[in-house]
Design a protein around this ligand. Sequence first.
Ligand SMILES: [Zn+2]
Length: 172
Amino acid sequence: MTSPLVFQMAEGNLQTEFGKFKVTIYNDGQVEATVLQTLELNNTRPVHLRIQSTCITGHYFNSTECSCKEDSDSFQNYISVNGNGLLILLNQEGRANGNVAHISSQKLKEDGATQDEAYLRLGFPKDSRDYSIVTKILANLGVKQCLLHSKNERKLSTLRKSDISFSTFKGK
Ligand SMILES: [Zn+2]
């Protein structure tokens, strides 16, 4: 299935430790995103949404600097139990500054810099992440309202520039 803005490249089901999900690969001609969703989506109700950027250090190396893996796992568990949810994984390592920037920032952080300061000192923006494919994917799926599982205000304000309604999910 395609929409003018984004293409579904492949889809299949995946059993995880939290339940069975559908996984779809999307491409908008510039970037690819992977979506994990509950087998049923009911667009007459708000859809639970988590936008996750790839994080090698968190997801594979169990870094204690961020909660990416923990947040992703608890969201999968939540939608497996409550239904009507999707997790959109974007290929944006190191706040989309890349792994070289991320790993280079470690030394500065050991010396007391925050992540923001470390990226700026290395000549990168504090945050280069782009969420434009997210609203294209949601439109493709026919989603009208989302409950965003995130505390990131920048993410929310970027998403609100679309026709889809977003509110922050509060509590479980
Ligand atoms: Zn992380």
